[in-house]
Design a protein around this ligand. Sequence first.
Ligand code: UDX
Length: 433
Amino acid sequence: MQLSVIGCGYLGAVHAAAMASLGHTVVGIDVDVAKVAKLSAGETPFFEPGLDEILKAGIDSGRLSFSTDYAAIADADVHFIGVGTPQRRDAAGADMTYVDSAIAGILPHAKAGSLIVGKSTVPVGTAARLAEIVRPKGVRLVWNPEFLREGFAVKDTVDPDRLVYGVDGDTRDEDVATLDAVYASILERDTPRLVTDFATAELVKAAANSFLATKISFINAMAEIAEVTGANVTELADAIGHDERIGRKFLNAGIGFGGGCLPKDIRAFAARAEELGKGESVAFLKQVDEINLRRRERVVDLVVDSFDGQPYGRRVAVLGLAFKPDSDDIRDSPALDVAVRLKGLGAKVVSYDPQAMETARRAHPQLTYADSLDEALTGAETVVVATEWKQFKQLDATETAQKVERAVVIDGRNILDPDTWREAGWTYTGMGR
Ligand code: UDX
């Protein structure tokens, strides 16, 4: 099929390349000239395992192209909207500017009978509003939320846990058939496919992210209690996780969640519920956010305590800047936040991340970046593990002790073995254990 994907950021670029890998002919549209040039040359604008290969293969096959000109979508049967819905600057709600301009860009060029498929995370009610705008132009609209995780974005797109189609009652059969044709090779694998109305599809995404965020903040709340009682939150998570109704996944206590999705999505959902007069229904999300932000403070406090309250001029190695491993994304990253706060307290912070140094350097030129993990560790008086990269998990406690000035480690992700590190002479502090 002929497809267009509007927005070539994280979601859109992965979606465009993934759809080409499924055999479709795809044009990706973005207003950013530099990004379009890069993608057209087969270069990924961000780090994502597996994207490189499918991007290059798509371009070499002639089935994948990128453009800044909406006229390039004229032949497409389906137009995906994969633009960002960031948090508004003036409020907690989602900024819909990019979605609205994607619709405005598509309509003059879309052929009659083509289908617009919203993938972006939007406030409930958006699809119904947009359907009113596109209907008079003879164009249909569905909402098909994306659940991809960074680091697994390609896999999550071509092999998702489920597909959700939010459709309009009037054109339901036609819309479902079109989406089924787009996703034919995914559906062949018996991937669950749920057909809902607009509002349910929009809420599925908000609910899924709220649940995940709540799970993390729940275990971090237990970590806070564990910290004052001497309990071990990792053992607690293992024990409750054996109950299948609870499950062990997303119960890793630590420095908290970040990234371009969970933090902004729970705030936007709470703001939307407020607008709908149902703020109280999701009032707990405010606490989820607060618990999450307290974890960063906890790490900063532990570093300050490690210097008896006097961090000024002391050397701290912050290992990790990305909000999670296998990503160079620093959006709302707890790791970066901790580095910035410690620097603000006068500590000599030296940061290192296997992938996110370039993005971090652009956003925070005032921070000091080490060229290697070794360089970050050398002379450090306190080491903070802030992102759970494999390289940090694999650090040898004895060898590392020889590099630092003082063997003090704060394990913000609970990835080091406390006994091994203590035996090697370290003062080890984990999160809630
Ligand atoms: C998330 C959702 O998982 C995905 O389904 C949705 O579409 C977009 O948002 P992503 O932002 O890529 O994906 O990251 P995810 O893997 O969910 O991790 C989010 C944050 O939570 C990271 O900062 C991670 O370190 C943290 N986390 C995760 C924990 O602190 N503890 C855990 O147990 C799990």
